[in-house]
Ligand binder design. Structure first.
Ligand code: FAD
Length: 312
C-alpha cells in the first residue's frame, strides 16, 4: 500500500483546484469531488447551443504576488488574457479554463454531491448518492461557507469560525441579441445593475452580441424569490438604456447565485484541524474574489503539508 497522503478535496472551484494542485505537486494522492456537471464552481460558463456565456465571475485581478505570478504564467500559456483594462484578466476560451488547468491530470469526479463525511478508524469516508468514497487520510472542504457548515452539521463535526462568513446573492441575466452593443464592461454605479459584460469583446470568444448582466447585491436580495421571467423583464430595459441600444434578444436566461460574493470574510487564510485532519478553504476566508479563493486553497494545502513535517 502507498504511504502517500490520500486527500479528498470537496469542491472543484478555484480554492479546491489550488489546494489540489499544491498537494499533488508535493506528492499527495488527491481525489477531487464536485456536485456540478463540470469544474470551475463560480468561475462558470453556461452553454446554449453554440453560444457560451461566463455567467459567474467575469474577470480575475491580482493584488498579491502569488496570484500575480500565476496570472502571468496563465497568460504566457494562453489560458488567460487581458480584458477591459485595469489589470483585468479573463480565462481563455472561457472562465473555467484556469481551474481546468490547475486540475489537469488529477482525478476529478463531477456530478457527486457529498452529503456526509464520516471518520472510521482514522480514515475519512464520503457519503454520496452513488455510494461511499474512501478511505482518505485528510478531507478538504471548499464550498461556500454556509454549505461547509451544512455538511459539517450533517456529519457531526465543526470547524471554528466558518459560520461567521456571509455572502451576498446575485441575479445574473444572459442575453444573446440582434442589436449591436459595443464596449466591453459597463459599470453603471447606480440602479439595479452592477455590471454588464459583453462576452464578444473577451479574447478567444466568437464575435456577436452576448451579454452577462449582474444585478447589484441589494437588488438581488430584494428580488431573490422572484421568477426568472420577472428578473429578465426588469433588468433588460435597464441594460438597453445603459448600452444605448435596442437589444432585440434572441435568447435570455436568468441564473440566481444564492452565494455569489462574500460580504463578510473570516479574515483567516483557511481553517484546519490537524487532530481531525479536516480543513476548509474558499473565498469566504479572505474576500470576495477569485484571488482570495486561490490564496485560501493554497494556504490550506500548505498547512496540511506543514503538519506532516514536510514544510509548506
Ligand atoms: C455572479 C458572480 C460574479 C462574480 N464576479 C467576480 C469577478 O468578476 N471577479 C472575481 O475575482 N470574483 C468574482 N466572483 C467571485 C468568485 O467567483 C469567487 O470568489 C470564487 O470563484 C470562489 O471560488 P471557491 O473555490 O471559493 O468557491 P466555488 O467556486 O463556489 O466552488 C465551490 C464548489 O463546491 C461545489 N459544491 C458545493 N457543495 C457541494 C457538495 N455538497 N458536494 C460536492 N460539491 C459541492 C460547488 O459545485 C462548487 O463547484 C463572482 C461570483 C459570482 C457568483
Amino acid at each position: 500500500m502507498s504511504d502517500r497522503l490520500r486527500v479528498a478535496i470537496l469542491g472543484a472551484g478555484m480554492a479546491g483546484a489550488a489546494a489540489a494542485r499544491r498537494l499533488a505537486d508535493a506528492g499527495s494522492l488527491v481525489s477531487v469531488f464536485d456536485k456540478g456537471r463540470s469544474v470551475g464552481g463560480r468561475m462558470a460558463t453556461r452553454r446554449h447551443g453554440t453560444m457560451r456565456f461566463d455567467h459567474g465571475a467575469q474577470f480575475m485581478r491580482a493584488h498579491g504576488d502569488a496570484f500575480a505570478a500565476q496570472l502571468l504564467e496563465w497568460e504566457r500559456r494562453g489560458i488567460a488574457a487581458a480584458w477591459a483594462g485595469e489589470g483585468r484578466r479573463v480565462g481563455v476560451p472561457d472562465m473555467t479554463a484556469p481551474v481546468r488547468d490547475l486540475l489537469a491530470g488529477l482525478p476529478v469526479t463531477s456530478g457527486i454531491t457529498v452529503a456526509r463525511i464520516r471518520r472510521i478508524d482514522l480514515g475519512w469516508h464520503l457519503d454520496a448518492a452513488d455510494g461511499v468514497h474512501g478511505p482518505f487520510d485528510t478531507v478538504v472542504i471548499t464550498f461556500p461557507a454556509p454549505q461547509v457548515t451544512a455538511l459539517l452539521d450533517a456529519s457531526g463535526y465543526a470547524l471554528p469560525g466558518v459560520e461567521r462568513a456571509t455572502y451576498a446573492p446575485c441575479w445574473s441575466v444572459l442575453v444573446a441579441a440582434e442589436g449591436a452593443a459595443t464596449g466591453a464592461l459597463v459599470k453603471p454605479g447606480a440602479g439595479p445593475i452592477g455590471l454588464i459584460a459583453l462576452d464578444g469583446s473577451k479574447p478567444g470568444r466568437p464575435p456577436g452580441t452576448r451579454l452577462t448582466i449582474h444585478a447589484t447585491a441589494d437588488w438581488s436580495r430584494d428580488h431573490l424569490e422572484e421568477p426568472r421571467e420577472a428578473i429578465i423583464a426588469a433588468l433588460l430595459p435597464v441594460a438597453e438604456r445603459h448600452l444605448g441600444v435596442a437589444l432585440r434578444p434572441t435568447y435570455a436566461e436568468a441564473h440566481r447565485w444564492r452565494y455569489a460574493q462574500v460580504d463578510r470574510p473570516l479574515d483567516r487564510s483557511a481553517v484546519y484541524d490537524p487532530a481531525l485532519r479536516l480543513g476548509a478553504a474558499g473565498d469566504w476566508c479572505l474576500g470576495a474574489r477569485i484571488e482570495a479563493a486561490y490564496d485560501s486553497g493554497s494556504a490550506l494545502a500548505g498547512a496540511i503539508l506543514a503538519n506532516l513535517g514536510g514544510g509548506p
